[in-house]
Design a protein around this ligand. Structure first.
Ligand SMILES: [Zn+2]
Length: 343
């Protein structure tokens, strides 16, 4: 099969012929239709995130099952699937509690610790494939459906992690990024008042379209003051940080009001200081939020199937153009998500 192979950190993709994957017991193989090209996998390509090479990256796939190994009963040939990002075991106490991102026996991540979707075929343990629920037209919109499992479902999970309620004010730091813009969308869906925070002013129109009621550019002045002004001094109910810089985390926690919650998502999060006394006085909380559970992925799929939210995919190109797409991702030029068309 054709695959885009990375031979080392910060090297270009090589379009290579590699053997077709064959499913062993408990495994399945999907023919890949599209695969999302987000910043997480660009971090691996650029060497900022350590993975083993050679590697075929990519996890936000739409595909169809073409072969299943011995003992697989959950999937059959022809099923439309996407993939769960984490290689969870499926049987530890956290997996059994629907908290798969906390799996005790995690094998890592799809496209990082095993080969992923930048190839014609992709092999995974069968339980890592997520069969699309009824009503999702993955054949008509493969790129959009394929990015649900990360770009849209991860922000959906944050709504629950932070118990976002209708009418609350939610500030999203890094709102112009691929996940940030989908977080705006999901927060709006949850009937929150949504404030986008980003230094990329060229993304502000897209932020507003995605659901931001207000936009704040930290380059224009003190972001904490701006968030306090926009809430008449009360502070925001929820600050969601996709940047992970000391400055954004500290601004986020300082901008919280009474019972405010700061949610941390960036894998690169730096240390930061939080005002303990204010946290006590105002009963504030700091929460980590790691990816999303499989149940929440399916719930997010249902929202899309009902047309309540729709993934923002703005640049879909053939697999051969992976390098050009990743250059755009690296420069922050993509609005929402980019994706590669494989088949
Ligand atoms: Zn587990």
């Amino acid at each position: 099969m054709k695959a885009m192979v990375l031979r080392g950190p910060n090297t270009p993709f090589e379009l290579t012929q590699v053997p077709d994957p064959v499913p062993g017991p408990g495994e399945a193989v999907a023919r890949v239709i599209t695969c999302g090209s987000g910043l997480t996998i660009q971090h691996a390509k650029a060497g900022r995130r350590k993975i083993k090479f050679p590697r075929i990256i990519g996890h936000e796939i739409s595909g169809e099952i073409v072969a299943v190994g011995a003992g697989v009963t959950s999937l059959k040939v022809g099923d439309g699937v996407s993939a769960y990002f984490y290689l969870c075991c499926g049987h530890c106490r956290y997996c059994l509690a629907n908290l798969e991102p906390l799996c005790l026996n995690s094998g890592g991540q799809v496209g990082m610790d095993c080969d992923g979707g930048y190839a014609e075929y992709m092999k995974l343990p069968a339980h890592i494939f997520i069969k699309y629920p009824e009503g999702l037209d993955y054949k008509a919109h493969p790129a959009e459906m394929g990015v649900i499992t990360d770009a849209l479902a991860t922000p959906y999970k944050v709504l629950r992690r932070a118990t976002v309620k209708a009418g609350e004010t939610v500030a999203v730091f890094g709102a112009g990024g691929g996940l940030g813009i989908h977080q705006l969308m999901m927060a709006k869906w949850a009937r929150a008042r949504v404030i986008a925070v980003d230094v990329a002013a060229n993304k502000f129109d897209a932020c507003r379209k995605a659901g931001a009621d207000e936009v704040v550019n930290p380059r224009d002045g003190d972001v904490v003051e701006a968030l306090r002004d926009l809430t008449h001094g009360a502070g925001v109910d929820v600050a969601i940080d996709y940047v992970g810089a000391t400055a954004t985390l500290e601004a986020g926690v300082k901008a919280l009001g009474r019972r405010g919650r700061l949610v941390i998502l960036s894998g690169a999060s730096q240390p930061f200081q939080a005002p303990a006394h204010a946290m006590l006085q105002k009963e504030q909380a700091i929460l980590g939020s790691r990816y999303v559970t499989r149940a929440e992925v399916l719930e997010t799929c249902d929202l899309v199937a009902r047309g309540e939210v729709w993934p923002m995919v703005t640049d879909v190109r053939p697999l051969q153009e992976a390098e050009a797409v990743h250059e755009r991702v690296e420069k922050g030029e993509v609005t929402g998500r980019a994706a590669l068309r494989v088949a």
